[in-house]
Design a protein around this ligand. Structure first.
Ligand SMILES: Cc1ncc(COP(=O)(O)O)c(C=O)c1O
Length: 392
């Protein structure tokens, strides 16, 4: 048996594929039509919040969120250093300075204490990333943000359906973004995303910002072609628009898949619980702490391995890969170590928990397409590998 991260990451049902074909036949226009409207409505209903905007991917949703936050040259934006690079670089584009926050050692998510230490009179924005399917402590973070008048952006690329006290991720901040990339829990054919905007006034700026600044002329035309087919205008003073729309068939598919998102999440949750239960006799392998009130949807199954006899995550990964054909990975390099951020002037940080997690982390393959047999095989091989490391 070989278990790795490659291969098709999402299995659409025949019914969903039929919706896709039907929408490809009937969509008119092919972009920004009734399927977009329906998907945005469905996603809003799922989250229980208004102002959802489907976009081409989560990174462009972050670009728009960065614009809406009003960040400018010289401002500071606090971002966790343990995340995917796209959580951060859209903010660099605004000219603001990225300040790296550390994570908590137990939840492995952005730490409230770290945020508080980093706030200066230049701080304008906090980016919170709900990584691997677990939400950061939004109640505490919103409290800090209110105290210092900061704009909060939730990166929910990996947390669709996660909750805190029954409230879904993406409904706490001033803006939130979701990803429908091919590796995500819901994918609209490999690419896609959504931007959520709390303020109605800011939300009104999004359709123009997301689509070339295009709109109808603000007056009644005598002739439909005079002065031209449509108007182009500025939505926020001094800000250029972008183009980031999600095509109609992708939106139709998004609505269809959304209907079974919770059942897919439940399967992930069951499997993750089983994995953790089966490995509970190996305290050297620890998982994200899920505190009271938090619902973890296990977009990914990540852990920390700290062997008591000096064995490291490299040793565990080697055994699983070379002896059992299971490809466990180390998820993220601390962002300040990447050439991209170093060359852009953001290579400095004081994030000991981020460094420690990087040194010890393991991320198990966790696609839903893994069969029960493959999942059982991964559990039994992980047990064997951990035993072997203990005895060596
Ligand atoms: C935490 C996080 N933020 C942002 C993104 C960017 O998403 P997209 O590929 O839809 O642009 C990803 C994608 O992997 C992600 O994991």
């Amino acid at each position: 048996m070989v278990i790795n991260w490659s291969g098709k990451s999402f299995d659409y049902t025949e019914k969903e594929l039929a919706v896709l074909v039907e929408s490809a036949r009937t969509a008119d226009p092919m972009t920004q039509g009734r399927y977009l409207e329906q998907f945005e409505e469905d996603f809003s209903a799922y989250l229980g919040i208004k102002n959802c905007f489907a976009v081409a991917n989560a990174t462009s949703a972050l670009d728009i969120a960065a614009i809406l936050s009003g960040l400018k040259q010289g401002d500071e934006v606090i971002i966790p250093a343990h995340t995917f690079c796209a959580s951060a670089y859209p903010f660099g584009r605004t000219g603001a300075n990225i300040v790296w926050a550390d994570i908590e050692s137990d939840t492995r998510l952005i730490s409230r204490a770290s945020i508080e230490k980093l706030i200066t009179d230049k701080t304008k924005v906090i980016v919170v990333v709900h990584l691997y399917g677990l939400m950061a402590d939004m109640d505490a973070i919103i409290e800090i943000a209110k105290k210092h008048d900061l704009f909060v952006i939730e990166d929910c690329a990996q947390s669709i359906g996660a909750e805190l006290n029954g409230k879904k991720s993406g409904t706490f901040g001033d803006c939130a973004i979701f990803s429908f990339h091919g590796q995500k829990s819901l994918t609209t054919l490999g690419e896609g995303g959504c931007l959520v905007v709390k303020s109605d006034a800011l939300a009104r700026k999004v359709p123009g910002l997301r689509h070339h600044g295009a709109r109808p002329f603000p007056y009644k035309r005598e002739q439909y072609w005079i002065p031209a087919m449509g108007d182009v205008d500025v939505d926020l003073d001094g800000v250029w628009p972008i183009n980031s729309c999600l095509g109609e068939p992708q939106c139709a598919l998004g609505s269809a898949v959304l209907k079974r998102l919770d059942s897919m999440n439940n399967k992930r949750i069951d499997r993750a619980h089983r994995f953790k239960e089966e490995l509970k006799d190996f305290p050297e392998l620890t998982f994200q702490t899920v505190k009271n009130g938090f619902k973890h949807v296990y977009h990914l199954l990540t852990a920390k391995y700290e062997g008591t006899n000096g064995k490291t995550n490299d040793d565990l990964i080697k055994i699983l890969f070379y002896e059992h054909n299971i490809k466990v990975i180390v998820q993220y390099y601390p962002l300040y170590r990447y050439p991209l951020f170093q060359k852009m002037g953001f290579g400095m940080a004081n994030c000991p928990n981020t460094d420690n997690y990087y040194d010890n982390m393991v991320s198990f393959p966790f696609h839903l397409w893994m069969s029960d047999e493959e999942f059982d095989y991964m559990i039994s091989c992980t047990k064997k590998a951990l035993k072997k490391l203990k005895e060596e």
